[in-house]
Design a protein around this ligand. Structure first.
Ligand code: FAD
Length: 417
């Protein structure tokens, strides 16, 4: 079934009886060429590109809950290509280009809204660093404009420019950045993969990874054993637990990240704004809610829920930046489990076990990486070669120390910044 304006009109006139399920609900087969663990954004995107670009369809995505019930449906939906370091810069640039063609590719409305992102800076040193980053973005072929305080005041008159704690020195504007509807991204990729023959199997938790003579041979699941020639661990916040099933220890820690939304308001915030010094960022959803968040909870946990100290911290930061936000009523908060790598950059690689692959370390920025993360992992699984856009995301950089990508210059323990 293809979506089109004509189809919507025809269905509207005939009682909406012709819509079909977006994906099939198959029983697991005893064996697949490739098993992907995790039906989040990355797992579903990888399955879609394996089928579409490499013609590999004897693939299963195993999801312990329901498709899109993990972080892909819990994030604050920001999409951007504003990284400075070589390695990240090429990868996120590749991802943004895929985002820009995604709705046509999937025949699905993911509500990509390139409303622009503005990162505020609050000191001379930070302004220099942002200008350097902007130059790196432009050299990569992406867009970046440095806004002076005067230019910024015209665009964002509601910010408190005179606050004594972190006065605003300017902002790095990335016009092609923005937001996308997170659930729709998962559903669109699921539909794309399923329609090409990939089996998406929900309520199927992987409980063990079978390895024989240094080679992966399949997985144990709550719905029985499944043999596989290749296995890709794409479990985001649960990556360490998956790796442990194969006797591996990954350089990632799992931490909670929370987000918040207010009641629906008339349009008042046109961009995505980040206030790094205060640990706060905000945008307005299409329903009118102000969607905002802050930093990690700063202790390792698998509890995907919020807590009051972080509510207070983030609300205080929001009030400092834009005091008028205090009039809005907060409706909900929630949490998700982040797979924090120790340099803040992802890992997409083979492991020392033949046929076993890993994609993890997405930290708090893996939503914007969903198109490219799946695309490059599909390339690696299908060809055995690293895609050029992800050539630096090697697992062994943490052992050798070579090629560490410390984007925020926060040292080797990123989750403590
Ligand atoms: C509050 C919050 C705000 C965020 N904001 C942004 C943002 O604005 N922009 C951005 O780019 N990123 C953001 N992120 C990060 C982003 O959401 C994640 O990095 C990204 O979604 C992780 O990849 P994924 O979609 O594949 O993960 P998930 O959706 O979590 O997918 C992993 C899946 O694996 C499954 N799984 C795990 N273990 C097993 C098992 N044993 N067997 C079977 N299945 C298993 C899980 O159930 C899950 O569905 C945010 C995250 C949070 C929590």
């Amino acid at each position: 079934m293809r979506f089109s304006a004509l189809k919507i009109l025809a269905e509207g006139l005939t009682g909406n009886k012709g819509w079909t399920a977006h994906w099939r609900d198959p029983q697991p087969k005893p064996e697949y060429d490739i098993v992907i663990i995790g039906g989040g954004g990355h797992g579903l995107s990888c399955a879609h590109y394996l089928a579409k670009e490499h013609g590999i369809t004897n693939v299963a995505v195993l999801e312990k809950g329901y498709l899109g019930g993990g972080n892909v449906g819990r994030n604050t939906t920001i999409v951007r290509a504003n990284y400075g370091l070589s390695g990240n810069s090429e990868f996120y640039s590749h991802s943004l280009k895929l985002w820009e063609g995604l709705e046509q590719d999937l025949n699905y409305n993911v509500m990509l809204s390139q409303r622009g992102i503005i990162n505020l800076c609050h000191s001379d040193g930070q302004r220099d660093a942002f200008i350097r980053r902007g130059n790196a973005m432009v050299n990569q072929g992406d867009d970046a404009i440095f806004l002076t305080p005067d230019a910024l005041q015209k665009m964002l008159p509601f910010l408190d420019y005179e606050q004594s704690r972190f006065p605003i020195f300017g902002g790095l504007y990335h016009p092609r950045g923005g937001t996308a509807r997170h659930d729709a991204v998962a559903w669109g990729y699921a539909r794309g993969a399923s329609s090409r023959g990939v089996d998406l199997i929900q309520q199927c938790e992987v409980t063990g990874i079978d390895v024989s003579e240094g080679k992966v041979t399949g997985v144990q699941t709550t719905r029985g054993p499944i043999r596989a020639k290749k296995v890709a661990m794409m479990g985001a916040g649960r990556s360490s637990q998956l790796a442990e099933m194969a006797g591996m220890r990954l350089p990632v820690e799992s931490h909670v990240l929370q987000a918040f939304v207010t009641e629906g308001l008339k349009p008042c915030i046109d961009h995505v704004i980040s206030y790094g010094a205060g640990h706060f960022y905000i945008s307005q959803s299409d329903k009118g809610g102000l969607v905002f968040g802050g930093d990690l909870d700063m202790y390792a946990s698998y509890a995907a829920r919020g807590n009051l100290p972080m509510v207070e911290h983030v609300a205080e930061a929001g009030m400092t930046l834009m005091p008028m936000i205090g009039k809005a009523k907060m409706l909900r908060s929630w949490g998700g489990i982040m797979d924090m790598s120790s340099d803040g950059s992802p890992i997409i690689d083979r492991t020392h076990i033949d046929g076993l692959h890993v994609s993890c370390g997405w930290c708090y920025g893996g939503f914007k990486a969903v198109p490219a993360g799946g695309h490059v992992m599909a390339h690696l699984l299908a060809t055995g070669q690293h895609h050029p856009a992800a050539a630096k995301f090697r697992l062994d950089r943490f052992r050798s120390g070579r090629g560490i990508m410390d984007e925020e210059a926060t040292g080797s323990q990123h989750n403590l910044h």
